[in-house]
Design a protein around this ligand. Structure first.
Ligand code: ADP
Length: 268
């Protein structure tokens, strides 16, 4: 889409002239639209739990005032809804922070094996609850890269968390780490970390959009499982900061493989 502005000017030899300015505004409009969509989505995501909270408060003050059993039940739901809002605000803040420092390359040396181990350790209670066993396939030697330890922990918490939330029916999750002399997608030496689940899988038509903010394959199920719809968007930004690549493969009924590729050489 192009706009055209005209302004009076002076041509060669002092003759009067008109200058025409053409400007491509399609990209500006697209950015504006994306920003509006984001605000609409955030408002909607916050309003749903807020409406529920207001409804329950009114009920507790009115019809359920003297019903201790109902009150206890409603308070539980209210706590869930408040926690949902808390998670959403936390993820929005993470997204903001990650976007802010996306161009600043991490300078710390981190050991990826340790990050994966400690992430799985933190998720162990959830795995137990879901009846899932972690299987590790890592190189003998520790793999070191330049990275931000907290952010990489968030990447693997989100990806392994998703495998637990959506792929638990497979009963196990494989965590595979391999070093590659030259990772084609990075055009550099790298390390590949794969989180493989054997659960319900994702219809491949959804794969290209999974890292969009608030994109969910099944919104109802995601909300029920405590998802904010921002997890993979955060993952993508963090991987960009590390000059890495993300790849998601899946087939319905066969499970999902999420591959994170990170460069092992110093970042420039
Ligand atoms: P959410 O907070 O909804 O989990 P994410 O951005 O982390 O948001 O993931 C986006 C969507 O991708 C999820 O809602 C879910 O539908 C789908 N998804 C992600 N990982 C998996 C997986 N391992 N198996 C099946 N579906 C998945």
């Amino acid at each position: 889409k192009v706009t055209c502005r005209a302004a009076p000017g002076v041509g060669n030899g002092g003759t009067k002239a008109i200058i025409l300015f053409f400007e491509d505004i399609s990209q500006m409009e697209e950015v504006g639209q994306m920003r509006r969509d984001f605000v609409t989505n955030v408002s909607h995501e916050l309003r749903t739990p807020l409406t529920a909270l207001i409804g329950f408060i009114e009920t507790l003050r009115g019809p359920a005032r003297d019903d201790a059993k109902a009150a206890a039940r409603f308070l539980n739901i209210m706590q869930d809804e408040a926690e949902r809002m808390n998670r959403l605000v936390g993820d929005l803040m993470s997204l903001n922070r990650v976007e802010e420092n996306e161009r600043v390359r991490p300078t710390q040396r981190v050991v990826l094996n340790d990050i994966i181990q400690s992430t799985c350790h933190s998720l162990q209670p959830l795995a137990l609850q879901a009846g899932v066993k972690f299987e590790f396939e890592s190189p003998e030697l520790p793999v070191e890269i330049y990275g931000d330890s907290d952010q990489l922990t968030q990447v693997f918490t989100n990806i392994i968390g998703n495998a637990l939330k959506y792929g638990a029916s497979g009963g196990r999750i494989t965590l595979r780490m391999t070093t590659v002399a030259r990772e084609a997608a990075l055009r550099a030496p790298g390390v590949r970390l794969q989180v493989i689940d054997y659960g319900a899988g994702i219809d491949p038509v959804h794969l290209p959009r999974l890292t969009e903010r608030f994109y969910r394959v099944d919104g109802h199920r995601s909300r029920e499982l405590g998802g904010t719809g921002l997890g993979l968007a955060i993952v993508k930004h963090i991987i960009n900061r590390h000059r890495g690549k993300l790849n998601i493969e899946s087939a319905l009924g066969e499970g999902t493989t999420v591959t994170v590729m990170l460069p092992t050489e110093p970042l420039s």
